[in-house]
Design a protein around this ligand. Structure first.
Ligand code: AKG
Ligand code: FE2
Length: 167
């Protein structure tokens, strides 16, 4: 994992880590990609990129939302993929408030209801070499995403997520 951002953005955190941040000046190719993504998404204001490398099908990212405060309430995240095609899953978060209101945890929900919500509220995307996937609006507040292990994915995949870090 590697983070590139504008020098004034110091207090970065990612899934509980405090990654070392690099300067755009050290990665001209990444800056070119930033420009291309900005052009493709008029109005976007990305100022950082996080790079994830999946060396093979055993490398994965578990269910999470990129909902850290530093990205704001409705973060726009542009995800650019290179190399091995991998599956990207989106799953609706359980409506916590509603469950708590009834004094129930997710595990106590009737199985039929859980199955129903899982089948309806999960989506799968095959992210091919060169694909651009955009998450915006309340995607991080209301949904989780993951890149699961895939035994058949033997080649390396590089994923770049362009993000706006608020100051
Ligand atoms: O590799 C991907 O497609 C997603 C990576 C991701 O979710 C993240 O870096 O937060
Ligand atoms: Fe993510």
């Amino acid at each position: 994992m590697c983070y590139v951002s504008s020098p004034e953005l110091m207090e970065l955190s990612y899934s509980g880590y405090q990654p070392h941040t690099h300067s755009w000046d050290d990665f001209p190719r990444l800056r070119e990609l930033l420009d291309a993504v900005r052009k493709a998404l008029p109005g976007s204001r990305f100022n950082s990129v996080l790079l994830n490398r999946y060396k093979g099908g055993g490398d994965y990212v578990s269910w999470h939302a990129d909902d850290e405060k530093l990205y704001g309430l409705t973060p726009e995240i542009a995800s650019l993929s290179f190399g091995c095609e991998r599956e990207f899953l989106l799953r609706k978060k359980k409506p916590k408030a509603a469950l708590q209101g009834q004094g129930k945890t997710a595990a106590e929900e009737p199985l039929s209801k859980r199955l129903k919500s899982n089948t309806i509220d999960q989506h799968s995307f095959n992210l091919k070499h060169g694909s651009l996937l955009v998450m915006r609006g309340y995607t991080q507040r209301d949904w989780l995403h993951s890149v699961p292990k895939r035994a058949k994915a033997t080649e390396t995949r590089i994923n770049l997520t362009f993000r706006l870090i608020m100051q």
